[in-house]
Write a protein that binds this ligand. Structure first.
Ligand code: ADP
Ligand code: MG
Length: 377
C-alpha cells in the first residue's frame, strides 16, 4: 500500500482532512443465501481500502493507486453517467443524494491492498471507504445500520452489478475478532466471537486464480431460479422453507434442477445457524464439517464451483484442515480452510502441489485475520 496521505498532498497540494478505511471480506459460511432473505456469516479482512479525503469547492476528484488515470466528475448524474472504476465512487455520491442527503464535494486519494475480482469484495471495500469518508466530511447523520443499503444501491443501481447486502454489511459493520451474523431479511446483526488465533487456529484463504467464467450470467440464473422456486412454493423467499420436512417440500417442485437449488439454500441457511450455535459456545473446530458440507452443497446442488476450487478444498482437507469450502459467489474466487495455526505453510504447499499436478495457474494463499470494519483512522 502506498502512503496515501503523501499521495493526497502531491495530488491536491494540501493536507487531507482525514483518513478512512474499509476492508474486504470473506464469508465464513452462507453462500447465495443473502438474496433469499437468509443468513450469512462474513468477517472483515485486514486488507482494506484507505481513503484520504478533504472537502472541496465543487465536484469530486478521485485518485487510486490501482489505476493509471485519476477520475473526476462535476455531478454523478443518472446511473451510468460515470463509467469505469469511478462509477463506484459516483454511485456512492448518487445513492447518498438519492437517500436525501446533501453530499459534500470532495477530493479523494485511495490506496488498497484488497485484491480485485478475487471474491473478497474490493468493490464493497471501495464503496464503504468512500461512503464513510463522505458521511464524516459532510457531518451527515446516518446510523451505521442504514449505511450498507446505501452502498449496495451504489453498486446495484448505479454501477449495475446485482449483489446482495452481505458485502457492504461486512465491510461496514464487522468487528475485529468477530464474525458478523447477518439476517438479510431484518438486517439485524449479531457479533459472533471468532478469535481463531486464541484457539491455536487460522483461516487460510486460497485465491484459486481461476479465470472468471460467465459469473454474471450464472449468478442471475441462480437468483431467478430461487425466486421462481419461492413463487411455486408460495413463500416470500426461500428463507421461509423449513429445513425440517425439506424432502416432502421438494416433491412439490417438478424441476429436478430447481429442487437441488432449493435444497442448497435451505440447508445452507441451517448450516449458518448451526455454525453460529457452535461459535457462541466457543467450539470453533467443530464448524469444520459444516464448512465442508457447505462446499459439497455448492458443488453438487447449486453447481457454482469449478475444478480449481474443488481441487483446493480436497487438497486442504487431505492436508489436515478441519473444514474447507469455496467462499463468494462462485465460478472461481477463493477457498477458505480452517486449520491449526502452524499448518498454514504446509496446507498452502499442498494446494499448490495439487494445482501443479492439474496444470492450473498457481494459487495465491493468505491467512485471514478477522478484522475491523469501516472506520476513521
Ligand atoms: P470484487 O468485488 O470481487 O473484488 P468486483 O468486480 O465486484 O470484484 O469489483 C472490482 C472492481 O472494483 C474493479 O474492477 C474496479 O473497477 C473497482 N475497484 C475496487 N477497488 C478499487 C480501487 N482501490 N481503486 C479503483 N477501483 C477499484
Ligand atoms: Mg464486488
Amino acid at each position: 500500500m502506498s502512503d496515501v496521505a503523501s499521495t493526497f498532498r502531491d495530488q491536491y497540494g494540501a493536507e487531507p482532512d482525514g483518513l478512512w478505511a474499509a476492508p474486504g471480506r470473506v464469508n465464513l459460511i452462507g453462500e447465495h443465501t443473502d438474496y433469499n432473505d437468509g443468513f450469512v456469516l462474513p468477517f472483515a479482512l485486514p486488507e482494506r481500502v484507505v481513503a484520504a479525503a478533504s472537502r472541496a469547492d465543487a465536484g469530486w476528484r478521485v485518485w487510486s493507486d490501482l489505476e493509471e488515470e485519476p477520475a473526476s466528475f462535476d455531478d454523478p448524474g443518472e446511473p451510468g453517467a460515470v463509467s469505469g472504476w469511478a462509477a463506484y465512487v459516483a454511485g456512492v455520491v448518487w445513492a447518498l443524494r438519492d437517500a436525501g442527503y446533501e453530499v459534500p464535494p470532495a477530493n479523494l486519494a485511495l490506496t488498497s491492498d484488497v485484491p480485485l475480482g478475487a471474491g473478497v469484495s474490493s468493490s464493497a471495500a471501495l464503496e464503504s471507504a468512500v461512503l464513510t469518508a463522505l458521511i464524516d466530511l459532510g457531518g451527515l447523520d446516518i446510523p451505521v445500520a442504514d449505511r450498507p443499503a446505501i452502498a449496495q444501491r451504489a453498486e446495484n443501481v448505479y454501477v449495475g452489478a446485482p449483489t446482495g447486502i452481505m458485502d457492504q454489511s461486512a465491510s461496514i459493520r464487522c468487528q475485529a475478532g468477530q464474525a458478523l451474523f447477518l439476517d438479510c431479511r431484518s438486517l439485524e446483526v449479531e457479533q459472533i466471537p471468532f478469535d481463531v488465533a486464541a484457539e491455536g487456529l487460522a483461516v487460510l484463504v486460497v485465491n484459486s486464480n481461476a479465470p472468471h467464467r460467465h459469473v454474471d450470467g450464472e449468478y442471475g440464473a441462480r437468483r431467478k431460479s430461487c425466486e421462481e422456486a419461492a413463487r411455486l412454493l408460495g413463500v416470500p423467499a426461500l428463507r421461509d422453507v423449513a429445513a425440517d420436512g425439506l424432502d416432502e417440500t421438494l416433491e412439490r417442485l417438478d424441476d429436478h434442477v430447481m429442487r437441488r437449488r432449493v435444497r442448497h439454500v435451505v440447508t445452507e441457511n441451517q448450516r449458518v445457524l448451526d455454525t453460529v450455535e457452535l461459535l457462541r459456545s466457543g467450539r470453533i473446530r467443530e464448524i469444520g464439517p459444516l464448512m465442508t458440507s457447505s462446499h459439497a452443497s455448492m458443488r453438487d446442488d447449486f453447481e457454482i464451483t469449478v475444478p480449481e476450487v474443488d481441487v483446493a478444498v480436497e487438497a486442504a482437507l487431505m492436508a489436515g484442515a478441519y473444514g474447507a469450502r469455496m467462499t463468494g459467489g462462485g465460478f472461481g474466487g477463493c477457498v477458505l480452510a480452517l486449520i491449526d495455526a502452524d499448518r498454514a505453510d504446509a496446507t498452502a504447499a499442498a494446494v499448490a502441489d495439487a494445482y501443479a499436478e492439474h496444470g492450473f495457474t498457481a494459487p495465491t494463499p493468505f491467512v485471514a485475520v478477522p478484522s475491523q470494519g469501516a472506520t476513521r483512522l
